[in-house]
Design a protein. Structure first.
Length: 232
């Protein structure tokens, strides 16, 4: 069993190919995770309703309800970390999966060690001491890192765990420009060769939730050619 704090952490793995599902399940269990499996999107939604998982791993190409719809369905009620699995990294599937609410993606064939590392990164809490200030205020927007709370004009804003970590990273250093590589490393734990689309889609998702006019952001702004910053 891996020394990764995985014990008792439940993963729902959604994959219609029984052979792949079986071998990945065994490998993940070897790493210390508890694995529930589902062969269809319908099964996955029922399973998650019955026994919510800590992380959901969804293959995009499923018979019946596809992976995008499973992701959207889970997102309606939960901020659980979701990893989409795709056959190719260079297709619109990646962006569509992220826009459906996934936190990260991986391509087949899955490598269990890398998959475990991605799962651990998604389960990380916002680091205590990320900021000395318990409350970060930017006009109508307030972020309370230790409590996991964001409000806009006093109304609570519901973010996924990854969106929240991204916002806290930016808000803890107002005015500082973060490159995509900086954010991939700090928020996702990816190395220098991570996929910048993860950052771009999450920034878009974040803006739809915290900006009064997402098309003309006031707080989470793009610094052309460099990256993103939180405008104080």
């Amino acid at each position: 069993m891996g020394d990764n704090g995985a014990v008792g952490t439940r993963i729902l793995y959604v994959e219609d190919d029984e052979r792949i599902r079986g071998s990945v399940k065994l490998a993940l269990e070897d790493e210390g995770w508890v694995v529930d499996e589902a062969g269809t999107g319908e099964e996955a939604i029922l399973s998650f309703d019955r026994t919510p998982a800590d992380v959901v791993l969804i293959d995009i190409m499923l018979p019946g309800i596809d992976g995008f719809e499973v992701c959207r369905s889970i997102r309606r009620t939960s901020d659980v970390p979701i990893i989409m699995v795709t056959a190719r990294a260079d297709t619109h599937d990646v962006v569509a999966g992220l826009e459906a609410g996934a936190d990260d993606y991986m391509t087949k064939p899955l490598q269990p060690k890398e998959l475990s590392a991605r799962i651990r990164a998604l389960l990380r809490r916002v680091r205590p001491g990320t900021t000395a200030n318990p409350r970060l205020r930017f006009g109508e927007l307030e972020v309370v890192p230790q409590e996991g709370v964001v409000t806009s004009d006093g109304e609570e804003v519901h973010l996924t765990k990854t969106e929240f970590r991204l916002l806290v990273e930016l808000a803890s250093h107002p005015g500082k420009v973060f490159s995509r590589e900086d954010l991939l490393e700090k928020v996702w734990g990816h190395g220098v060769f991570g996929d910048g689309r993860l950052v771009d889609v999450h920034i878009r998702r974040l803006r739809t939730k915290v900006e009064p006019d997402p098309a003309h952001p006031r707080h989470v702004v793009t610094v052309r050619g460099l990256g993103y910053k939180l405008q104080p």
